[in-house]
Design a protein around this ligand. Structure first.
Ligand code: DQA
Length: 151
């Protein structure tokens, strides 16, 4: 069974109470519940991790680099400036999809640039929980194609 890491970056622990007009009213537990339900349908395993600390997210990627099959990550604000996270995503060589609840291309100018996007397979943005769900489906389709045995 494919093993997918779902990583939530800084401040996403406060979902539900944090700027609900921008991020909606779902809590992180609600969000993870919806992702877990989709994972069950897709017959993949998902493991959730949230941290407010850049280094902890990087350590998590390093620790799982040999055992995970792919990553869905919402890097939060790290998206816009963390070259360390960008290097970690590139370095561990796990297929990764970047997701955002809000539409970062239609917000403040500093949010319109992602330094992590270039090292990801795709970016899903602006669809709330559906950004995560579409990200997971995209990743699983990609990984399933990689694992097709033509022999
Ligand atoms: C976010 C967008 C980022 O700009 C912001 O810093 C976040 C959340 C999103 O999911 O829309 O923390 O990644």
């Amino acid at each position: 069974m494919l093993r997918i890491l779902v990583i939530h970056g800084p401040n996403l622990n406060l979902l539900g109470e944090r700027e609900p007009d921008v991020y909606g009213t779902l809590t992180l537990a609600d969000l993870n519940g919806q992702i877990a339900r989709l994972a069950e349908k897709l017959a993949v395993s998902v493991e959730f991790f949230q941290s407010n600390h850049e280094g902890a997210i990087i350590d998590h990627l390093h620790e799982n680099r040999k055992t995970a099959d792919g990553v869905v990550i919402n890097p939060g604000a790290l998206t816009h400036y963390s070259y360390a996270l960008r290097d970690a995503i590139a370095g561990v060589e796990l297929p990764t999809v970047e997701v955002h609840l809000s539409d970062i291309d239609r917000r403040e100018p500093f949010r319109r640039h992602s330094v992590t996007k270039e090292v990801c397979l795709a970016q899903m943005s602006g669809k709330g929980v559906h950004s995560y769900l579409q990200g997971l489906e995209f990743l699983v389709t990609y990984l399933s194609q990689l694992h097709i045995d033509f022999s």
